[in-house]
Design a protein around this ligand. Structure first.
Ligand SMILES: Nc1ncnc2c1ncn2[C@@H]1O[C@H](COP(=O)(O)OP(=O)(O)OP(=O)(O)O)[C@@H](O)[C@H]1O
Ligand SMILES: [Mg+2]
Length: 255
């Protein structure tokens, strides 16, 4: 099962990714969680201890590795380099494991708006395609708003793309933009997940405003989520209401 999680900034993508990753792991499945956000924070949400986190480095910042594999120094453009570098060993070599969840950080690539492909971009692109061929029971991608990481080469492998939304018109607007981008590259299994939902009116609002995007489930608004963050405890451990709601989302995906 390969699941991509996207949505507007701050809606709760990382919170959902962490809840689902731990939920799958606790049911005995092998989970690879991939932090594809340019400012990664999934390790914290999953409660990885500091000593392990110190071993986690974003792949896009591994200059020596990128040079070894692509044949060119990161940051250079215009020269020759491998567009399809070897990456198959990377997920296992550079991920860290805690409570049954393997975690990999992709990091960001600054193309300076030029759209040019540089060695580190080639590396990440190839790695995303490679991830689609992995045999882990569950692959969870915590992404940026959008689908830029999911090129046409990957869409056939994605079982579901979850677009997280808050019950606001703005976040629904972003969801519709993401839907358009996703549809353009051929992604079809798109679902909404409502987060920070306080009551039935808000849940109904999400359902009624989004024809063509089925709502897979809801996570309630709960001040204990911020409290968990302050205390440095995973939401999964600290807020049973969210853990249970994420469990229902996992069940809904399996139906
Ligand atoms: N159900 C909830 N109830 C209350 N607060 C929440 C809930 N879900 C998330 N939050 C809070 O909202 C903020 C954003 O959550 P999170 O980091 O998961 O979003 P994100 O979409 O991953 O953000 P970013 O776009 O920055 O990566 C955090 O402060 C988190 O504690
Ligand atoms: Mg996030």
């Amino acid at each position: 099962m390969k699941i991509a999680i996207t949505g507007k900034g701050g809606v709760g993508k990382t919170t959902l990714a962490a809840l689902m990753a731990q939920g799958y792991a606790d049911s005995g499945l092998q989970v690879l969680a991939v932090d594809a956000d340019p400012s990664p924070c999934l390790a914290g949400a999953l409660g990885f201890p500091d000593d392990l986190r110190a071993k986690l480095h974003p792949i896009s910042e591994m200059d020596e590795l990128i040079e070894e594999r692509t044949g060119a120094k990161p940051g250079t453009t215009g020269g020759f380099f491998a567009l399809n570098p070897r990456v198959d060993d990377i997920p296992d070599r550079f991920s860290i494991l805690h409570r049954g969840v393997k975690l990999l950080e992709m990091g960001s690539v600054d193309t300076g708006g030029s759209g040019c492909i540089c060695p580190e971009a080639a590396m990440l692109k190839t790695l995303f395609v490679n991830l689609m061929f992995r045999k882990d029971d569950v692959l969870l991608l915590d992404m940026y708003a959008g689908v830029e990481h999911l090129g046409r080469a990957t869409v056939d492998f994605v079982d579901a793309m979850l677009i997280v939304v808050e019950p606001t018109r703005r976040s629904l607007g972003t969801a519709l933009q993401i839907k358009k981008l996703a549809t353009d590259i051929g992604l079809v299994r798109l679902f909404l997940v409502g987060n920070k939902v306080r009551n039935h009116e808000e849940a109904d609002f999400l359902k009624d405003q989004t024809p063509g995007l089925p709502v897979l489930g809801y996570l309630p608004a709960d001040l204990a989520v911020q409290e968990a963050d302050r205390l440095g405890i995973p939401v999964y451990d600290h807020v049973p209401a969210l853990r249970d709601a994420a469990g229902k989302i996992i069940d809904a995906l399996n139906l």
